[in-house]
Design a binder for this molecule. Structure first.
Ligand code: PBG
Length: 335
């Protein structure tokens, strides 16, 4: 394919890509990447035993919801055309095995029932599947005597949580604990309990990241000792490791995969999107949100343009789904 003709400026031929940038209408016409409200997923927090929504200091504009305020927020998301919500529960009490995570009366299960019956046909009601909000030690699984996470014992807990969330009406399960074999274990448990049609979006490619800092305030799940670097990925590995994690999960039955965080890992998003035949999601995480809100509060950046530019960048890198705390608001101006 040859390029459009050059014209001349004095003695020199000049190729002029600027021709297609001259007006809003032209730019809109030739845009390759669009972000639609339906591409966005809103992460929401619901806390057991609170009477009013509670602000999260490091995430201005985001709250821990009551069951009632959650319903309202999710109705608003649905009205804005947002594609889905993903639910994180914060139990009133925690223990070593994260019992609240698969209690039929646990906060996530109750909220799932609320949401699927009210808005389940307008957007996809998803549940994050993990244990760290429910464990008193704050790790994503069961611990061995020496304090490391026991991968295979944890898989059995994930299987129970998967079935509990499925029974409560979750329309898509998103395991985020980074245990090896978690997708296979969950798929097996779902199938054995009659949930063969319930899809799994795996947090396949998840880095041990400081960008999760504000989330740990929001979900009250900071590890009480150590960190997650022994099971989440090392940012310094090549993108191929992220691809391998995604491929393993697809082989175990993941219907879609995720890269997380987004902004610092767009090369990984691209590599995964090119390598796997399933939809790829990217999670614009709490630290990415907090940085923009903090700079905007100082008047240092153009908040709306920065948010839009980041969403476009994530889509351009190859993500078809973007998890973002701005989902409802951005849907309002992206329509
Ligand atoms: C749970 C989980 C985390 C996030 C989503 N699911 C925290 C973590 O792994 O420490 C972070 C999301 C965010 O920062 O917005 N495993």
């Amino acid at each position: 394919m040859s390029l459009p003709a050059a014209s001349t400026a004095g003695a020199f031929p000049v190729t002029r890509p600027r021709r297609l940038r001259r007006s809003d209408a032209l730019r809109r016409l030739v845009a390759d990447v669009r972000v639609a409200p339906a591409d966005l997923v809103l992460p929401v927090f619901v806390k057991e035993g609170i009477a009013e929504p509670a602000a999260i200091a490091s995430m201005p504009g985001v709250v821990q919801h009551t069951r009632d305020s959650l319903k309202k927020a999710v109705h608003e998301a649905a009205e804005a055309g947002v594609g889905g919500v993903i639910l994180f529960g914060i139990p009133a009490a925690k223990d070593g095995r994260g019992s609240g995570a698969d209690d039929p009366e646990g906060i996530v299960q109750l909220a799932l029932q609320d949401l699927t019956s009210e808005v389940g046909s307008d957007l996809v009601v998803m549940s994050d599947l993990f244990l760290d909000e429910y464990t008193d030690h704050g790790h994503c699984g069961l611990l061995t005597a020496d304090g490391t996470v026991d991968n295979d014992a944890t898989l059995e807990r994930y299987a129970d949580v998967a079935v509990a969330q499925a029974r409560a009406g979750s329309q898509l399960l998103a395991p985020s604990g980074m245990m090896d074999g978690q997708v296979g274990a969950i798929r097996g448990a779902l199938d054995a309990n009659g949930f063969t049609d319930l899809p799994v979006l795996s947090y396949s490619t998840k880095y041990a990241s400081a960008f999760y800092g504000p989330f740990r305030d929001a979900a009250e799940c900071a590890p009480q000792f150590g960190d997650r670097a022994a099971y989440q990925q090392d940012p310094a590995r090549a993108a191929e490791e992220g691809v391998r994690e995604a491929q393993l999960d697809v082989a175990e039955g993941a219907d879609a995969v995720m890269v997380k965080p987004a902004l610092a890992y767009l090369d990984v998003v691209r590599a995964v999107a090119d390598a796997v035949p399933v939809p790829v999601a990217a999670y614009q995480v709490s630290g990415e949100y907090a940085m923009v809100e903090a700079a905007a509060a100082h008047g240092w950046i153009d908040r709306q343009r920065i948010i839009t530019e980041q969403l476009v960048g994530i889509r351009r890198a190859g993500a078809s789904i973007v998890l973002t705390y701005w989902a409802t608001e951005a849907a309002g101006w992206l329509r």
